[in-house]
Design a protein around this ligand. Structure first.
Ligand code: AVI
Length: 323
């Protein structure tokens, strides 16, 4: 492989260069979500094997009132701020209940994708015409800093869907600590965690029978071809996912079926792959309650209440700032 860096590389290009130049090779799953990747993720959420979405939905549908009592905490209203709101389907269940209870509520979905935000805003303005919506496009932390003092009402931050599982342990603590810095003493953080369970159930969720998860991973190669002038031959890579019960993590890889060289124009580089060489694509961490507790403590929070689905597949954990 020869690589020559140019100062104008985009963050995406620089990360692809670093990932494909390292051993083992890797690509960051944060780049999965271009338009096609976001569409494929919507498809994944409807797959029979992908239990995460249904489990969190069950918690919201069956315990909306308990969640409402915990959020309102004796007050009269709060500002709901959702990080990575996506299509907001699950949050809509909570909002419908909160509004029925007459809560004084604002809702600020934050997402990097303007397309996703526009779709969500369109849907919510029909479903909840009286809801005070404040959508914000951009980076979580910049937006949260701008909301830091707000109008003095309690902020409830939502980070759902076990999105935290796509961070490494260290990244998770850094992320929660940064949230802690922009939160006031009265604010709350509500986080979705996928729990450890029968490994076969987890493994199937990342290797579905219809191959949608495989297409979701391969789509990142298509994105590199399109945006960076790569010449990946998609047929020459196979998606492989497994679950490691000791670490509690599902991991996915794209594996080169043959010895080959891939050229990426924007990086002015060739990347050599051995036959069966893996590219590490994504970690999806699964948690036990001890891990959730130590994550909260390590980042300056304490657990106020946990909410589980009937199978105990999933936990939405409500955190307050440590006193
Ligand atoms: C967004 N994230 C929580 C999903 C997960 O389960 O790790 C992304 C995903 N990857 C494959 N399937 C779904």
């Amino acid at each position: 492989m020869q690589a020559s860096t140019t100062p104008e590389l985009s963050q995406f290009a620089a990360d692809v260069l670093a990932g494909l130049s390292s051993f083992p090779k890797s690509l960051s799953s944060k780049y999965f979500y271009d338009d096609e990747g976001s569409r494929l993720f919507q498809e994944i959420m409807k797959l029979p094997e992908y239990y995460l979405t249904g489990s969190e939905m069950e918690i919201f549908e069956s315990q909306a009132d308990e969640i409402f009592r915990a959020f309102i905490n004796g007050g009269s209203g709060f500002d709901l701020i959702e990080l990575g709101a996506g299509d907001g389907t699950k949050t809509a269940v909570l909002i419908a209940h909160f509004l029925e209870q007459g809560a004084e509520l604002s809702y600020s979905p934050i997402d990097i994708s303007q397309v996703a935000l526009d779709a969500l805003t369109g849907k919510f303005s029909v479903a909840f015409p009286d809801l005070d919506m404040r959508p914000r496009q951009g980076d979580y932390f910049e937006i949260l800093r701008s909301l830091k003092n707000g109008d003095g009402r309690r902020k409830v931050l939502l980070f759902l869907g076990s999105n935290i599982g796509n961070f490494t342990g260290e990244q998770s603590i850094d992320f929660f600590r940064s949230l802690r810095e922009v939160m006031g003493r009265d604010d709350l953080l509500f986080v979705g965690f996928d729990l450890q369970k029968d490994p076969h159930v987890i493994a199937a969720a990342y290797d579905d029978a219809q191959g949608v998860t495989a297409r979701f991973n391969i789509n990142l190669l298509t994105r590199i071809n399109r945006e960076l002038g790569g010449n990946f031959d998609l047929e020459k890579f196979v998606h492989y996912a497994n679950y490691r019960p000791i670490e509690g993590s599902a991991r996915s890889y794209l594996i080169s079926r043959e010895k080959q060289v891939v050229h990426i124009e924007a990086l002015e580089s060739d990347f050599a792959f051995d036959q069966w060489e893996p590219v590490f694509m994504e970690i999806s961490q699964k948690y036990n309650m001890r891990m959730i507790e130590s994550l909260s403590e390590a980042s300056g929070f304490e657990i106020k209440e946990n909410f589980f689905d009937g199978r105990r597949y999933y936990c939405d954990s409500l955190w307050r700032v440590e006193s």
